[in-house]
Write a protein that binds this ligand. Structure first.
Ligand code: NAD
Length: 518
């Protein structure tokens, strides 16, 4: 695919903003330059925040129906412009055409429709009944009110799904949004924001603040809530900054997803999924399979199948649909991390059955699909996030050992277990310390926008998708309405009188004192 040249320097936000200079955006598959964006400073972010705050009440006043109309137009826009969006994603990530089309376009289009339809259901006023006697006859309402201005900070691995995708529910709830995409992959977000404006989103409601870490830090200082996706190390800094300001934050962080293969599994399916979900997007997916545990009786057969399938993968620069299976390594330092994890494993006794090194003598940045065996938990490849096209497979005695090793991790994003006994699979899934656990599958939970997607342990705080994935962009307001014909003075009020106090105490005894002690 030809390198596309984007010059989005002046498309920033909805007006001119001061910048510290340009950030070149590299095409990792070719080494060419895909575009330039401004590196916005704190003053520029403050200006954008003022614009976003000014625009928010008007957007909220569109109501659910008005906002849904814009989001549904955006859904159509995305499909109509999918070639252009895919080209942009591929140009700044170096991923394959399919990784952009299957994962990003499908997610974005689905998300626009889902939040347009579900926002009014998840955020509808709730009438509440209370058992509290003082409240009898009053109207109790739980209401979800948009927080105002939401900051979204994203990583480089899925510029549409993980950066722009989190803006959609925030917008559907009636907020303004400022998105700080990764400095490595900002072009897709700028293009999507342009698309939203074409679809009738008012100026200032969705702005893109390009820049590096300091731009993200400046954004946290200006917003009412921060939605962060990225590494656990940066997530801790974001949480600390949000705590200083006492604003809510939602964190989607790193992972080291385990896959457990039991002796009775459909080995052909398990092997196909192990290869696909470890190598898809060149392994640069937060919920990609990063380590596999296989029961001893089927270990050799499983490894044999995976070896055959992995050898057939084509790695290289994407050149349209069907051209390669595994694309580029998007973020330059990631190549060093992958190489370091592989050499650490080999030094400690692992064997490389397929791949094992960077692809040499090509313009872009690629790593060979790599299969390792004889691995254990002394090796980084089994314990730290590799985020590359590597698949280490470890032999285990039984399911118990698999569960113990799967849970022996600071991370807890996704996990999977393969067995023909789905009841047993479900019982094991319930014991896995992960935000999502799949039986005979992996990653697909992400496509169920009705289910929460979030990490346990060091993989995050909060979740995206489902009711929680939009309510987090709102504050809950409790509204209590007392009818017009209420008592002038209620019994518990001044002046206190011994007789009334005794009466009320007797009432409490009647209400709460009748149960047994144990
Ligand atoms: P990163 O943490 O290096 O950067 C993420 C974003 O934070 C970037 O936009 C960066 O500019 C910004 N940033 C850096 N310092 C900041 C600061 N002090 N304050 C505010 N913002 C700051 O992560 P990355 O390398 O871009 O992304 C890869 C990581 O993201 C992996 O660990 C991966 O697992 C994770 N990820 C998680 C999910 C999920 O849903 N859990 C999804 C995708 C990626």
């Amino acid at each position: 695919m030809a390198t596309v040249e984007h010059d989005l320097t002046h498309q920033q936000g909805n007006g001119a903003a001061p910048a510290r200079g340009d950030i070149p955006v590299e095409n990792p598959a070719t080494g060419g330059i895909a575009g330039h964006v401004p590196d916005l400073d704190a003053d520029a972010v403050a200006e954008m925040a003022a614009r976003g705050r000014a625009a928010q009440p008007g957007w909220e006043a569109f109501g659910f129906d008005g906002r849904a109309r814009v989001l549904l137009r955006a859904q159509k826009w995305l499909i109509d412009n999918s070639e252009r969006v895919v080209r942009t994603i591929v140009s700044e990530t170096g991923k394959t055409y399919e990784d952009a089309e299957f994962a990003e376009i499908s997610y974005g289009a689905g998300a626009f429709g889902f939040w347009a339809k579900e926002a009014p259901n998840y955020l509808a006023d709730e009438r509440v009944k209370s058992s509290q006697i003082l409240l009898k006859g009053k109207k109790l309402i739980l209401r979800y009110r948009p927080l105002g201005l939401i900051g979204v900070i994203g990583p480089w691995n899925y510029p549409l799904v993980n950066s722009f995708g989190d803006c959609i529910p925030a917008l559907a709830a009636g907020n303004s949004v400022i998105l700080k995409p990764s400095e490595v992959t900002p072009l897709t977000s700028l293009l999507l924001a342009e698309g939203l404006r074409e679809c009738g989103l008012p100026d200032g409601v969705c702005q893109v603040a390009t820049g590096r870490g300091p731009t993200g830090a400046a954004l946290i200082e200006r917003v009412d809530m921060i939605m962060f996706t990225g590494s656990t190390a940066t997530g801790r800094k974001v949480a600390a900054a949000a705590a200083e300001r006492l604003i809510p934050c939602s964190l989607e962080l790193g992972g080291k997803d385990p896959m457990i293969v039991l002796s009775d599994a459909d080995l052909e399916r398990a092997a196909n999924l192990a290869v696909y979900y470890s190598m898809q997007n060149a392994g640069q997916t937060c919920i990609s399979i990063e380590r596999v545990y296989v029961e001893a009786p089927v270990y050799d057969e499983f490894v044999g199948k995976v070896t055959d399938k992995m050898r057939k993968l084509r790695v290289g620069a994407p050149n349209g649909p069907g051209s390669v299976d595994v694309g580029a390594i998007t973020f330059p330092p990631q190549l060093d991390t992958i190489a370091a994890h592989v050499s650490d494993a080999v030094e400690k006794g692992a064997r490389v059955l397929v791949g094992g090194k960077a692809v040499a003598n090509v313009g872009g940045r690629f790593y060979e699909p790599t299969l390792l065996v004889d691995v254990d938990h002394t090796m980084k490849i089994m314990t730290e996030e590799t985020f590359g096209p590597t698949l280490p497979i470890m032999k285990i005695a039984d399911a118990e050992e698999g569960v113990r090793l799967a849970n022996e991790s600071p991370y807890g994003l996704g996990a999977s277990v393969f067995t023909r006994d789905t009841e047993r699979g479900e019982a094991i899934a319930r014991r896995l310390e992960a935000g999502a656990a799949n039986v005979n599958d992996a990653i697909v939970n992400y496509t169920a926008l009705e289910l929460p997607m979030g990490g346990a342990k060091a993989s995050g705080l909060g979740s995206r998708h489902g009711a929680g994935g939009i309510r987090k962009y709102c504050s809950q307001q409790a509204i209590v309405i007392t009818p017009r014909l209420a008592l002038k003075r209620e019994a518990h009020m001044f002046p206190y009188k011994a007789r009334t106090t005794r009466l009320i105490a007797r009432l409490f005894k009647l209400m709460y004192g009748r149960g047994a002690r144990d």
